[in-house]
Design a protein around this ligand. Sequence first.
Ligand code: ADP
Length: 484
Amino acid sequence: MKNEAKRRRFFHRPDITVSLSIPMAVLLVLFGMIPTLLCTQVLISSLRQSHMDSRMVEVQNQCQILSSKMTRTGYLRGENKDGAMDNEIQTLADVYNGRIVVVNRDFRIVQDTFHIAEKRLMVAEEVIRCFQGESSSKYNKDKHYFAQAVPIYDTAPVNGIEGVLVITASTEGILSLLDAMLDKAVFLELLVFLILILAAMTAVKMLLKPFKEFQKKLNLVAAGALDTDISANGYRETQDISRAVGITLSKLKEVDQSRQEFVSNVSHELKTPITSIRVLADSLMGMEEAPMELYREFMEDISYEIDRESKIIDDLLSLVKMDKSEAELNIAQVDIHVLVKQILKRLRPIANKRKVELILASIREVTADVDEMKLSLAISNLVENAIKYNTPEGWVRVTVDADHKFFYVKVADSGIGIPEAEHDHIFERFYRVDKARSRATGGSGLGLSITRNVVLMHKGAILLNSKAGEGSTFTLRIPLNYIA
Ligand code: ADP
């Protein structure tokens, strides 16, 4: 278990990255080498077996021939006196690099090609068995020889078998032949191994080519050439990866584009009040002797433009704060009814100024886990808009309701309404349906984006129901319990 953990730690160390070509090459070499090694092993061992078998059969045949000759010539009865038979026995022993011993019926050795045991008794098991009519042969693996006992039959038998011929033949010759073959096989295996390494390296290079080409394209993208064609159709895998990277890239491009748009919108929005201030100041300065009232009027306009500029900056800061992914919510249990009541209290003077009636309808008591500051900003934006884009003598009705999962804050007004074609856009930054009216009322064009951001941070939703000229209803739906 410990070793396994160590092994896993080793292979997952971020500083050790193994090139894919190494395991691929090793696998290819292994797949080539394992069958080669198995084949040579099987071949050599079956060759050894067949050599041994044929040598044994050959020696057995030669012994049978010799034994028949001995029978015919009456060797054991001492009828053959010219020594030709002895020579033949000696030659056979020499051919097989071994020893031949002839034992007579009294278990006495009558001929030994090593000339060391003549006239001695030989009561070995195989000799006894042979006298009983069973020829035997056995192979001694460790000492590299095999022994055979062949009966010598009698022409005028008493019990049929007159003696036994025992031959011990060395297998060293066969083994050294096989060793030489083994050497050649090892040399061949080495050659195959080298060829396999070369073949594996070439194959791996070819197999990884589409990946390398893909990597080159990605390097170009990383260097800034975002429009590089990154399609890699060599394999299905490279195709899938390039498709996924392509999607990521186009998203990045969209983000980059929207960032650029945002920056140019921001500069435009910030410039507008400054331009107005400049025009007002320049015209004041261009007048030789302007009356005091005109000065006052121009200064009021300048002060209004400064307020607008500062509102834009405040809204921008709120948006930027919420855009940060680590933006933290300050979640606490908040009485929504009390919160809405405070908002309406704060906005009542503006509503009165525009002769718009503010109504609060609380259907039930609601306490929810929310960020009080942010939610207050979101609802204020909706109510402020409902007042700003209303008609004189109009009304704004704010309703607070809840079910077992969500609470709802509905802000309905009797105002100018929003054409349906604009519904998808009004939550975009700096988007205004009626630009002149928005500017005239000191809007920054960021209010609804801030509201939507706050709602999304609370894992809620914002719904709009409106038609041009028929008033608007914005509904916030936010979970009662915040789940991080
Ligand atoms: P602004 O600062 O211009 O009010 P918002 O993001 O709050 O920016 O709103 C975007 C636009 O949506 C407004 O300019 C206005 O045209 C439209 N809008 C928002 N609320 C209402 C509403 N209650 N009735 C009519 N139009 C609205």
